[in-house]
Structures are given as structure tokens and as C-alpha cells.
Design a protein around this ligand. Structure first.
Ligand SMILES: Cc1cc2nc3c(=O)[nH]c(=O)nc-3n(C[C@H](O)[C@H](O)[C@H](O)COP(=O)(O)OP(=O)(O)OC[C@H]3O[C@@H](n4cnc5c(N)ncnc54)[C@H](O)[C@@H]3O)c2cc1C
Length: 328
């Protein structure tokens, strides 16, 4: 590991003041320390944000919004009564990730900022446009069976690994950001960037900016939601395909729907065509199969990940079926 210096400021402004050009923030460290040990991340200075006052979870009654601090551990968020009762997709997504020990350390902000699990990104001996722009993408002709079928470019097909991010996208969450240029907010849908020709740029954060929290509206849609994850093992594995789904059904008709895919795209992927396939009609087996089919719109599989297209169909249909079954 490259030697580095370390500071632990207690105030926000000090955090970005200490973040020089060759420095990185660290929160729980469950992703960054791995990358530093393997030489993928080589900051000369690490700014530990663990003392910043970003640990609260509170309901803003004036807007009926859950305001979550960026440093809230994944385990605390999953156990929070408002999340369990009014945002089931969020609790289920959190509990599907990693292990209890990791969830105790992993933070909300760190989860949204975690890097891809693409093996070539983590292997310094291999070309990777995300790690070293302009070197090429070894996954295109190499082992890409876990890679993305949606949102890819000729430069990168690495999946976004988070379980939390698809759930937050299904809930229309808004990311709170602060930094040298002042505070701003951004819908989570705009926060993660598709790779295009610059796969090294994964979010809209400028250097020095940090996530201070996430706001989640507490709606009827969020209250009737579900997360389904399919992976190679039942636990402690990243998603091959997941779906965060939410439905608002009134008098037998779908009034609103959210269908967001994880594990199959380069960013958390909102399947608009699948949502449209449900709107204005009755929920049920036929409609859910149509939504599953529509969710594959735009998929561009390669040699070894064609199976993910069928997985999308089945995971979306099953997630919706489970959700409606829950209505009793
Ligand atoms: C074995 C293993 C299994 C895992 N399985 C899953 C899984 O199934 N599903 C899943 O979703 N995740 C999984 N993870 C990933 C894990 O959830 C992330 O490592 C964790 O959420 C990162 O949070 P952290 O606080 O530890 O981030 P850190 O490691 O501290 O930081 C990660 C990155 O985020 C940046 N960062 C951190 N906080 C902020 C902030 N507030 N603002 C701006 N930048 C910030 C850091 O600079 C760094 O680049 C797994 C991890 C491991 C090691």
C-alpha cells in the first residue's frame, strides 16, 4: 500500500479544506481500504469523515420526508422503524447486501460511492478504462458473465454493485451534497453517470464535494414496495440481477409504478418501459410478464451475459408477483 497521511476533521468545511488534489474521503472504509491494499486507489492523503455530524435519521413532518445522514450505517438504517414500516424496499435492499459485520461499518454515502466489482478494474495487470482511461476494456472480450447488459458503452460494461441505490431510485430519493462551492441537491436518478466515453467519472460529485445525506419522500408508493435480489450465493454476494419495485394500485388499476434494476446495468437502472406497461391496467400475472419483457428494452448482451436478459424478465415478474401477493 502506498504510504498516506490521515486527518479526521470534525467540521464539514474542514473536510474539503483538507482534501487536496491527491486525497480521498473515507467513511466506513469497507470499499476504499480494499482498493488501497490492492493498489487500485492510491491517495497520498485520506480525510476520515467519520466525525462529521452526518449520523441522523429523522422525519421532516412538514414534507413527510425521511432525512438520512450520509454516515448512517447500513444496519442502523435497515433497523429504523420508519424504514421498516414505510419503506420496505429500502430495508430489504439493505439487508440483502454484504454481511451483518460489513453493514455495521458500511455507510449510506459510501454505499452510493462504492466502486465496481469488475475483476479487470481490480487487476492492475489488465487494461481498464475506468481505472486507467484510454487503456481499453478487457471485459469486452474477456470474462464478462457478471457484467452489464444495459447502459454499456464500447469503453466499459462494469455494473454498479449497490443494492441500496436501486431501492433509493425506486423511492425518488434526493441526494444532499456539500462542498467548496456550497450545498446543492440532486435527484438520485441524475447522480450516477453512464460510462459513455469517460467511465472513470461515475457520479456528478466534483472533487471536494461530499454526500451529506439522502432525503426519501414517504409516499403510498414507497409503502407498497419490494426488493428481490438474485446472486450466485444466497448471502454475501453481489447481485447478478435485482429489482426494486413499487406499485400504487387503486380500485384494481395501477396508478403509479417504479421498476428499477440492479446488477445488470452500469448505473442503477430505471426501467421506464416496464413501468409504462403496467400503468392504467390491472395488476396480475399477464401484466407482470409484459413488464418483465419491457424491462429488457435496450439490452445489449455479449457472448457470456445473454442469460441476464432472461433473468431481468423473471426477476421483474417475480418481484411484482411477490409484492401483490403481500397485499393479501
Ligand atoms: C465482501 C463484501 C461484500 C459486499 N456485498 C455488498 C452487497 O451485496 N451489496 C452492496 O450494496 N454492497 C456490498 N458491499 C459493498 C459495501 O456495501 C460497501 O463497501 C460500503 O457500502 C461502502 O461504504 P463505506 O462507508 O465503507 O465506504 P468507504 O469504503 O469508506 O468509501 C467508499 C468510497 O466512497 C467515498 N465516500 C464515502 N463516503 C462518502 C461521502 N459521504 N461523500 C462522498 N464520497 C464518499 C470514498 O471516498 C470512497 O471512494 C460489499 C462489500 C464487501 C467488502
Amino acid at each position: 500500500m502506498r504510504p498516506f497521511t490521515y486527518t479526521r476533521p470534525a467540521e464539514l468545511a474542514a473536510a474539503w479544506a483538507e482534501l487536496g488534489p491527491d486525497a480521498m474521503y473515507i467513511a466506513g472504509g469497507t470499499n476504499l481500504v480494499d482498493l488501497m491494499k490492492s493498489g487500485v486507489a492510491t491517495p497520498a492523503h485520506v480525510v476520515d469523515i467519520g466525525r462529521l455530524p452526518l449520523t441522523g435519521i429523522e422525519v421532516d413532518p412538514s414534507t413527510d420526508t425521511l432525512r438520512i445522514g450520509a454516515l448512517v450505517p447500513n444496519s442502523d438504517l435497515a433497523a429504523h422503524p420508519v424504514v421498516r414500516e414505510r419503506l420496505p424496499v429500502l430495508a430489504e435492499a439493505l439487508l440483502s447486501g454484504a454481511s451483518p459485520q460489513l453493514r455495521n461499518l458500511a455507510t449510506l454515502g459510501g454505499n452510493l460511492m462504492q466502486r465496481t466489482r469488475c475483476g479487470y478494474f481490480r487487476d492492475l495487470a489488465m487494461p481498464c478504462n475506468k481505472r486507467r482511461p484510454g487503456t481499453g476494456c478487457a471485459a469486452t472480450d474477456g470474462d464478462h458473465h457478471r457484467h452489464a447488459v444495459l447502459g454499456t458503452s464500447e469503453h466499459c460494461l462494469a455494473t454498479h454493485p449497490s443494492d441500496l441505490a436501486p431501492a433509493l431510485l425506486a423511492l425518488d430519493a434526493v441526494v444532499r451534497i456539500d462542498g467548496p462551492a456550497g450545498p446543492r441537491t440532486e435527484p438520485i436518478e441524475a447522480f450516477h453517470l453512464p460510462p459513455g466515453a469517460t467511465p472513470e467519472r461515475e457520479t456528478t460529485l466534483a472533487h471536494g464535494e461530499l454526500i451529506t445525506g439522502v432525503d426519501v419522500p414517504l409516499t403510498a408508493l414507497g409503502a407498497h414496495s419490494h426488493y428481490l435480489k438474485v446472486s450466485e450465493r444466497a448471502s454475501f454476494a453481489f447481485a447478478l440481477c435485482s429489482a426494486a419495485v413499487a406499485l400504487d394500485v387503486h380500485e384494481g388499476t395501477v396508478r403509479a409504478a417504479r421498476i428499477v434494476l440492479g446488477g445488470v446495468a452500469t448505473t442503477p437502472w430505471r426501467a421506464y418501459a416496464a413501468e409504462a406497461a403496467l400503468l392504467g391496467g390491472p395488476p396480475g400475472t399477464a401484466a407482470f410478464a409484459r413488464a418483465g419483457e419491457a424491462a429488457t428494452e435496450g439490452a445489449r448482451p455479449l457472448r457470456d451475459n445473454v442469460y441476464k436478459v432472461e433473468l431481468i424478465r423473471r426477476v421483474v415478474a417475480r418481484a411484482l408477483t411477490t409484492l401483490e401477493g403481500d397485499r393479501g
